[in-house]
Design a binder for this molecule. Structure first.
Ligand SMILES: *[C@@H]1O[C@H](CO)[C@@H](O)[C@H](O)[C@H]1NC(C)=O
Ligand SMILES: *[C@@H]1O[C@H](CO)[C@@H](O)[C@H](O)[C@H]1NC(C)=O
Ligand SMILES: *[C@@H]1O[C@H](CO)[C@@H](O)[C@H](O)[C@H]1NC(C)=O
Ligand SMILES: *[C@@H]1O[C@H](CO)[C@@H](O)[C@H](O)[C@H]1NC(C)=O
Ligand SMILES: *[C@@H]1O[C@H](CO)[C@@H](O)[C@H](O)[C@H]1NC(C)=O
Length: 443
């Protein structure tokens, strides 16, 4: 296991280095009217369809062997007011049927208005959606029927899918947030779309994109295998309701790297069925931080394992490294490492909460719980805005096992007094210097 992880690390090192070069390109592409940093003007991208040659784009790996399907050739207007949903659906359909690797191109410098759209496979070959311009969600909430208010752009059952391009995906969330029951308590709680959803995708790469102001969750990865999410910039106001950055569930072999996530909810939420997830070089905040869970709701079973959260910075988030489970669940959250984290003015820097409850009525103690075991918190430093820097509130009947605290230094913001640590039902050990001193309750 250890050696395969090391191998993974190596495999992902090379794209990381390449990224250092590309981030400036990404910024340039975002800021400009579609002119990319290599000087190639993609604003009026080659008017090709089906079989014609690919545009001379540095980002398209082997131009001669790819077919490019520009949405403009399928009737898209790109003026930000006409509905381009069908044009995208048609371009996708053609690309998906291509026997050769295909690129669906969203040209730069323009706005493509979309309603709910599902782009599904299986496709004949690999497909890349290259977003150079901006995809914008219809600002008219009536365009989302009650039949499906939970999705905006959905990719389903696609193998070898890449989404890239340096462009933007804008959920127009400002039109939805005031109607959230979290903002206006008089309103019923209704669902709002997730901007980008990936369901049952394998060998998925999502890279070099800006996702802004989603209606709710920005990106959700569900039932996917072998996923790379890299160089994503996800931004929404700290006050926007339920706007999680990246949500992952029932997926395995997932890498998330070099992302900047500023939202009103979890930076990343790692849910049931996630196995072998490696997160590195992610910057979070504002938002609620990195959370595993909540798990075990309604006495359900949870299985989460093999999670490494590495080299993450958190700015002013509610939580830093968090695991939360309900009373009464079953299953496990195990083999989890949070390491090399820097936290600035975080409210709950390190927290395991097995008494999590997000219900109108108290959840109460129950006999079972999701077992939390083999969790390492290592090389974590920074500042907190509350005294309780380390909190392990575990289940009485299923105590937390094998918790490691190693080289931790968490201080009060502005040096206002000292931090402390509380624990209940946690079996832990300490290595190196740990500040605050872990609780004396080793029950
Ligand atoms: C648009 O692109 C052209 C190059 O094609 C560049 O000269 C110009 O400055 C750009 N305009 C803006 C507003 O970025
Ligand atoms: C693709 O190009 C061919 C030949 O130039 C043309 O006949 C056809 O209508 C085009 N298809 C689309 C969808 O634009
Ligand atoms: C738990 O049950 C409640 C009430 O039946 C329901 O609203 C909620 O969605 C359930 N939660 C999960 C995670 O299934
Ligand atoms: C969580 O995942 C496990 C394993 O995949 C599954 O058995 C269980 O039903 C899932 N729980 C929920 C609430 O979906
Ligand atoms: C643990 O959580 C329970 C329920 O929220 C709370 O009553 C208790 O005080 C907590 N224990 C510690 C040590 O924080």
């Amino acid at each position: 296991m250890v050696s395969s992880r090391k191998l993974m690390k190596l495999v992902f090192m090379v794209p990381l280095l390449a990224m250092l070069f590309m981030s400036s390109t990404l910024e340039a592409a975002r800021a400009s009217n579609g002119t990319s940093a290599d000087g190639t003007n993609h604003l009026h991208s080659p008017r090709v369809n089906g079989s014609a040659a690919a545009p001379r784009g540095r980002s398209l790996a082997s131009p001669s062997s790819q077919s490019v399907f520009s949405v403009d050739r399928y009737g898209a207007r790109g003026d930000g007011s006409h509905d381009d949903t069908q044009a995208l659906a048609r371009a996708w359909k053609a690309a998906c049927a291509s026997p050769r690797p295909a690129v669906v191109l969203i040209p730069g410098g323009r706005l493509y208005l979309l309603k709910l759209v599902t782009l599904h496979g299986p496709c004949k070959s690999s497909v890349t959606l290259t977003v150079k311009g901006t995809l914008v969600a219809s600002p008219n909430r009536a365009d989302w029927s009650d039949k499906d208010r939970r999705h905006w752009i959905v990719f389903r059952s696609v193998n070898k899918l890449t989404v890239n391009g340096g462009g933007a995906i804008d959920g127009n969330g400002e039109k939805w947030w005031p109607h959230s029951c979290k903002i206006n308590k008089a309103l019923p709680c209704k669902e709002a779309p997730t901007a980008l959803s990936f369901h049952y995708c394998t060998n998925l790469r999502v890279e070099d994109l800006k996702i802004v102001n989603s209606q709710q969750i920005h990106m959700s990865v569900e039932d996917c295998t072998n996923v790379l999410l890299a160089r994503l910039s996800i931004t929404a106001p700290g006050t926007s309701p339920n706007t999680d950055g990246i949500h992952i569930t029932r997926s395995k072999d997932v890498h998330v790297t070099n992302c900047k996530i500023k939202t009103g909810d979890d930076c990343m939420s790692i849910e049931n069925g996630t196995r072998n997830l490696h997160v590195s070089k992610v910057v979070c905040g504002p938002g609620h931080g990195i959370s595993i869970g909540s798990l075990g709701d309604n006495n359900s079973r949870a299985e989460v394992s093999g999670i490494i959260i590495d080299s993450v910075q958190l700015y002013g988030t509610t939580n830093g490294a968090r695991i939360k489970t309900y009373q009464g669940g079953s299953g496990y959250a195990k083999d989890i490492t949070f390491q090399n984290m820097v936290m600035y003015d975080v409210k709950n820097p390190i927290i395991i909460d097995q008494n999590y409850c997000d219900k109108a009525t108290p959840c109460g103690e129950q006999r079972s719980a999701v077992q939390v075991s083999n969790v390492v918190f290592k090389n974590i430093r920074g500042t907190t805005i509350t005294k309780e820097a380390i909190k392990m509130n575990c289940s009485k009947n299923v105590p937390c096992q094998g918790i490691t605290l190693q080289n931790i230094n968490l201080k009060m913001q502005g040096g206002k007094g000292d931090t402390q640590s509380t624990c209940e039902n946690a079996k832990w050990r300490k290595f190196g210097t740990v500040h605050p001193q872990p609780c004396t309750d080793k029950s």
